[in-house]
Design a protein around this ligand. Structure first.
Ligand SMILES: NC(=O)c1ccc[n+]([C@@H]2O[C@H](COP(=O)([O-])OP(=O)(O)OC[C@H]3O[C@@H](n4cnc5c(N)ncnc54)[C@H](O)[C@@H]3O)[C@@H](O)[C@H]2O)c1
Length: 389
């Protein structure tokens, strides 16, 4: 049964631009908006229910029609101008490729739409800040996807931090990555623009936008960054089977110093084979205990359970190190992180509930990737100044 037949008493028109893409379709349409419609909308604290009423916007009529039929969404259009001119549509959402985002957000702000969008918000900190400023001046609500904060593994990590489990946190090691096929004998599992700098690609631009909000929110403000990038795979094959030169970095070896002395290392790579619990693992070491979080799971080792290994290559290793950790239980039901953030944004727009992940926070992500690129190019540490609009 589709949502409109439920009791929702308040419809909210949402322009979804870039909805035919990988993130647009899977995470934002199917896992978020369609799921919210199927559950009967978003319940507000005053008893009202909010029903998202999307209009699917893109270039390709056939793709839009297919999505519309498959997911029971009546409204679709290839004309963004028209969708923006319609007052019924109160929110503009953008999950287009990064280079296309800023122009359409500017147009949407001009039309008085509230803005929600994918990260990175733009390809330079100046442009990201300009968008934050425009939205602030226009008085429209705004938000940026910061989905990793809502991953069960990271929520468990947050739970440990809130409980004071770690004592003083000393260091954090983040390992992100997997092998992205080159496209020759097996199709690549990410769009080819990710490997072309001129199209907004690059792992620093992509992942530092995530690392900024993950680190800031869990461990504290980043004060300086050192980054070495690399393009390990120089040529790939695109969606049409044509070889292209990779002009963007596909690996980044970063170190961050936080305000309170915590040191964070983050390896990000699309040219690494996975020999760890998950595609992203975050190890936190503190004086009282340590933890390793993946996307869904999190395991701990407390000070009192810490084994005492002694370096001796002359004997077989007597420890099963991986077995010496304890799982953090779920203790709650975890919903899809993109959906949870959509629900919070809709409540922010409609019921003025707090939503701290705005375009300024998004600009901080772009700032970190800009400074990471600068550090790589100039082979030096770079300080991260405060950002304001
Ligand atoms: N939050 C996350 O974890 C996460 C993960 C991956 C990507 N992203 C971000 O999401 C965005 C989209 O990434 P994706 O992997 O879905 O890419 P994609 O290539 O699959 O989708 C891009 C979308 O933009 C549209 N588009 C591209 N060129 C266009 C043009 N010339 N005119 C009109 N529309 C055009 C495409 O039709 C498609 O709908 C990027 O900004 C990326 O950084 C976020």
């Amino acid at each position: 049964m589709k949502g409109d037949t439920y009791m929702a008493n308040q419809k909210l028109g949402i322009i979804m631009n870039g909805v035919t893409g990988r993130m647009g379709t899977n995470q934002h349409l199917v896992r978020s908006i369609v799921a919210i419609r199927e559950q009967g909308g978003v319940a507000l604290s005053n008893g009202d229910t909010l029903m998202p009423d999307p209009i699917l916007v893109g270039r390709n009529e056939a793709k839009l029609k297919k999505l519309s039929t498959e997911y029971g969404i009546d409204r679709w259009s290839t004309n963004l101008e028209e969708a923006l001119a319609d007052d019924y549509n109160e929110i503009y959402f953008d999950s287009q490729t990064t280079v296309r985002r800023a122009d359409d957000i500017r147009r949407a702000v001009k039309e008085g739409k509230h803005i929600y969008c994918e990260k990175p918000t733009a390809t330079s900190v100046e442009e990201s800040l300009e968008l934050a400023k425009l939205a602030k001046e226009a008085g429209v609500k705004n938000g940026v996807v910061q989905d990793k904060l809502f991953l069960p593994g990271l929520l468990k990590l947050q739970r440990l931090i809130d409980a004071g489990f770690f004592g003083k946190i000393l260091s954090v090691r983040m390992e992100f990555g997997y092998w992205v096929f080159e496209g020759d004998w097996q199709e690549g599992q990410r769009p080819s623009w990710n490997y072309r700098e001129e199209d907004g690609g690059g792992i620093i631009v992509d992942m530092f936008a995530h690392w900024r909000y993950v680190i800031d929110n869990l461990f504290g403000p980043i004060r300086s960054v050192s980054c070495l990038g690399a393009t390990h795979i120089p040529e790939r094959i695109d969606e049409k089977g044509k070889p292209y030169t990779c002009t963007a970095d596909d690996a980044a070896y970063g170190t961050f110093e936080l305000e309170d002395g915590i040191i964070v290392q983050a390896n990000s790579s699309w040219a690494v084979r996975v020999n760890r619990d998950d595609l992203l693992t975050i190890q936190v070491d503190g004086t009282e205990g340590s933890a390793v979080a993946g996307l869904r799971d999190c395991k701990t080792q407390h000070r009192v359970n810490t084994p005492k290994p002694v370096w001796n290559p002359d004997i077989q290793n007597p420890h099963d190190f991986l077995a010496q950790w304890e799982e953090v239980p779920d203790n709650q039901v975890f919903d899809n992180g993109f959906k949870v953030q959509w629900e919070l944004f809709l409540k922010h727009v409609f019921a003025d509930e707090p939503f701290p992940w705005d375009l300024l926070e998004g600009a901080k992500g772009t700032q970190l990737s800009d400074l990471g690129l600068k550090s790589w190019k100039e082979r030096c540490w770079v300080d991260v100044p405060d950002l304001h609009v």
